[in-house]
Design a protein around this ligand. Structure first.
Ligand code: GDD
Ligand code: MN
Length: 352
């Protein structure tokens, strides 16, 4: 059976129409509709009437609670079906697509996502400001979390999946984006994206707010903090930047104290090397400590010493053959040795 979860907040004008539309596009399927309602208006009375006239419809009303994602999770718990769909009540998600989604699932997909951003899809139901905000939000999610890079519409509020995908999954989203939570934490092999047109709202108004956008950022940050491989890349960059700053500051101090450019570069690079090792060992690769500390340290130092030789060699060439400023020359040299350091450390020093 298919359970269609519909979160509602003051959607009195929409719940009747969406129920009828689902009925007419899904009448050949075995389905139920579960409304999870936080409304303050008369939506709950209308839901009650709907339920009395149609045994396929159930609802749960939360009195003093709000939150789209938590409402949807409650719907998952109430669902009787082995396949679950989530959609909005306001007809921006055309119910006809449910058929294509269920076909995809019956053909082996674990998750089906109607997408506004694949060939044939369209996000025309949003104004330009919302489109832009939505674009930035999606990019932030995808840059932060590798798993989300494979899908085009990670912020969709319309999707379907087999219940097994979220079995034993601790779903705990902040805000609205329950699909993102499922894509990061769920267990699945095949995801199918189906192009669709996101239509404009028929009645009532959008509940999207600045607060929910802030919640989205908190949600992405939390998923990131719980994902060692995603956070690693960001941490390595941060440690690298701190190393470059330490390196350049000590270098400038020493040059100004009268030491030669080359010996200042060597000494400052050594200090940066030690500081980078400590920070990377403590943070970047904190979960990978299979080898002994002294082994990691020796490998890191060998790598770094070769890095410093590369650094000094390039600095020397730049100094001999060009007129470039001593800071720019060393910045460039440090950048090249950093590339070396990253790849060798990743595949040797802190190898899994
Ligand atoms: N139970 C409950 N509690 N439902 C809520 C709440 C709440 O606090 N806030 C909103 N809803 C319901 C609305 O009643 C509606 O059915 C659905 O969640 C979506 O809310 P809208 O206010 O219509 O959102 P939107 O159109 O701006 O954005 C939607 O579509 C986008 C594109 O798919 C959302 O689904 C977004 O998450 C999505 O990115
Ligand atoms: Mn809407």
């Amino acid at each position: 059976m298919l359970s269609i979860i519909i979160p509602t907040y003051n959607e009195g004008e929409n719940v009747i129409i969406i129920s009828q539309e689902i009925q007419s596009s899904m009448n050949m399927y075995d389905y139920e509709i579960v409304f999870v309602d936080d409304s303050k208006d008369n939506t709950v009375d209308i839901l009650n009437k709907l339920k009395e006239n149609d045994e396929k419809i159930r609802y749960y009303h939360r009195n003093n609670e709000r939150g789209l994602a938590t409402a949807v999770i409650l719907g998952f718990k109430m669902a009787k079906g082995d396949i679950i769909a989530v959609m909005d009540a306001d007809l921006q998600h055309n119910p006809i697509i449910l058929r294509e989604m269920i076909n995809a699932i019956n053909n082996g997909a674990d998750i089906a996502i109607p997408s506004r951003f694949v060939e044939g899809g369209d996000d025309g139901g949003l104004d330009n400001v919302r489109k832009f905000v939505s674009y930035v939000a999606r990019k932030i999610g995808q840059i932060s979390i590798k798993k989300l890079r494979d899908f085009s519409d990670i912020t969709s509020g319309y999707f379907m999946f087999r219940k097994e995908v979220v079995n034993n999954c601790d779903l705990d989203p902040i805000g609205w984006k329950i699909l993102m939570e499922i894509l990061v934490k769920g267990k699945y092999d095949k995801v199918v994206e189906i192009p669709y047109q996101f239509e404009s709202r028929k009645a009532g108004e959008s509940k999207m707010s600045l607060k929910e956008q802030w919640n989205y950022l908190r949600h992405v940050a939390r998923l990131l903090l719980n994902s060692p491989s995603d956070i690693r890349f960001i941490l390595f960059c941060m440690v690298g930047v701190s190393g470059v700053i330490i390196n350049l500051i000590i270098y400038m101090i020493l040059v100004n104290m009268g030491f030669s450019i080359i010996s200042s570069a060597i000494f400052s690079a050594l200090i940066a090397m030690i500081s980078n090792f400590i920070l990377n060992d403590l943070f970047t690769w904190r979960d990978i400590k299979k080898t002994k500390l002294n082994e990691r340290m020796s490998k890191n130092f060998i790598t770094s010493i070769i890095g410093i030789i590369i650094n000094v060699f390039i600095l020397n060439i730049l100094k001999l053959y060009s007129q470039v400023n001593y800071i720019i020359a060393n910045t460039f040299s440090i950048m090249l040795s950093t590339v070396w350091n990253y790849f060798v450390n990743k595949s040797w020093t802190w190898r899994r």
